[in-house]
Design a protein around this ligand. Structure first.
Ligand code: ADP
Ligand code: MG
Length: 452
């Protein structure tokens, strides 16, 4: 085994070759060639994979094959674990496969999702206050002004993410902190079980020993009187001893039905912050970030297209990126407009506009100006044709940020200075002339770009 430790790349090559004997070429090509062996310590291979999707896929489809090949090659109990190459913090999404128990476990045992940090929480006006308050709580747990902190808002808007970020960050500052992190359903279940087994005292002690109590989705306490009673006492004990409580809910606590009023009035003593759906700019920022995290390269017009159609929540934005990755790697196809349109369509139930392209812009301008598309991209210098061409050029730049050279090329192989001149002309006509202004705005709107 000694030489293996010194030469883990060769060692992994042996496993790779063994896998080749048992798996079809396309599987090897798609899933095993991209793996980069990173190290071999304590009888565990550390293997770099390009993204989260890849990791999950390989775990769910090839676990047995990998284990078998390792056994074939080494006849020893060798483990392996994956690590995502491109992610900032390497252990963000690490899974460890313990060679002894052969089980996959999250690295984190307190149940906090280490992927949910403040660092990778993208801020916009819709969630800025919630993030600031959360950071403040993680810096100073137990501060009476923010106790409890209640993060509320619709589905998929980052409440759980923020709550875990509080836990992760507080733990980084103080590793001795006793964090109890649970959903309201788990709390209920735990309580019911403790009743059944006559262990309510242990149950209470367990929760009341927390320095930081995180309970997700307290709306599920609705109508569960006895659980609420327990929670009320736990809450009081912790609150009185200056321990921090963080809760998430789907609504402003004042508007929650089915929760005892004494609980609701306790909530008033702290701070409630909301998360709202992301606006367009934030959606773009989130998509860029999630694409990068997953090692996916998308051009800007694709990102914008997704952001224009998937509006309500961050989870769906993330899901779209994962779906694109999945489809392109499973079907082994490039991510092109058709694929993007298909994936977005699945998500929004078919209601979708076209992806904006130069052709679309020319088509729209042609409709409005009654000048045939052929003329717009042609050579004619007739005044109304030249104007339609200039408007098209302007919109290409304005909506898609197309480079001057490319615009020039598309519109009859013109020089970039001609394009620059066109942009200037339209800009100045726009500021002087309502007709031009209205025309540009209505085309933008029809192409779905009224937000610009
Ligand atoms: P909620 O608890 O509000 O239903 P989550 O916290 O589970 O929503 O968020 C859904 C997904 O979207 C998670 O993967 C989360 O990491 C991601 N997410 C939500 N908001 C943001 C944000 N502002 N920046 C980055 N990721 C986000
Ligand atoms: Mg949640």
């Amino acid at each position: 085994m000694d030489n293996i430790k010194n030469d883990f790349t060769n060692a992994w090559d042996l496993v790779h070759s063994d896998l080749k004997k048992n798996l079809p070429d396309h599987a090897i090509h798609a899933w095993f060639d991209p793996i980069v062996p990173l190290s071999f310590h304590h009888k565990v291979f550390k293997l770099g994979v390009p993204n989260q999707f890849f990791l999950e896929w390989i775990q769910s489809h090839y676990k047995e094959e990998i284990e078998q090949s390792i056994k074939n090659v080494f006849e020893d109990s060798i483990g392996y674990r994956f690590s995502i190459n491109k992610i900032r913090k390497e252990n963000d999404v690490e899974l460890i496969i313990d060679p002894r128990t052969n089980e996959t476990k999250p690295k984190n045992f307190n149940n906090l999702n280490s992927k949910h940090t403040f660092d990778n929480f993208i801020v916009g006006s819709n969630n800025e206050f919630a993030k600031t308050a959360s950071e403040s709580v993680s810096n100073n747990p137990g501060d009476q002004k923010f106790n409890p902190l209640i993060i509320y808002g619709g589905v998929g808007l980052g409440k759980t993410h923020l709550m875990h970020a509080i836990g992760n960050s507080a733990l980084e500052k103080n590793t001795n902190l006793n964090i109890v992190n649970i959903t309201s359903e788990q709390f209920t279940l735990d309580f019911v079980n403790s009743l059944r087994r006559n262990k309510t005292i242990e149950f209470a002690q367990n929760y009341r020993s927390a320095d930081l109590l995180l309970i997700d989705d307290i709306q599920f306490f609705r109508g569960k009187e006895q659980t609420q009673e327990q929670f009320f006492h736990t809450f009081n004990v912790l609150h009185q001893s200056g321990k921090q409580i963080v809760l998430t809910a789907d609504k402003y606590p004042g508007e929650m039905k089915g929760l005892q009023s004494r609980l609701l009035s306790r909530f008033q003593s702290g701070l409630s912050v909301d998360v709202q759906p992301p606006n367009f700019e934030l959606r773009v920022a989130i998509l860029l970030e999630k694409a990068e995290q997953n090692g996916l390269i998308l051009d800007y017009s694709t990102i914008e297209f997704i952001a224009r159609h998937i509006k309500n929540n961050v989870r769906d934005l993330e899901g779209t990126i994962i779906r694109l990755l999945a489809k392109s790697s499973l079907l082994n196809i490039e991510i092109n407009n058709d694929l993007v349109t298909e994936v977005v369509k699945e998500r929004v139930g078919g209601q979708i506009g076209n992806i904006v392209s130069i052709e679309n812009i020319v088509k729209k301008v042609s409709e409005k100006s009654q000048i045939p598309e052929k003329e717009i991209v042609g050579k004619s210098r007739k005044m109304e044709i030249a104007e339609a061409r200039q408007i098209s050029m302007f919109l290409c730049r304005d909506i898609m940020g197309t480079s001057l050279n490319n615009i020039g090329l598309f519109f009859g192989g013109r020089d970039h200075t001609t394009v620059m001149h066109a942009l200037k002309t339209i800009n100045s006509k726009k500021s002087r002339n309502d007709r031009m202004n209205n025309m540009i705005n209505s085309i933008r709107k029809e192409l779905g770009f009224s937000f610009l």
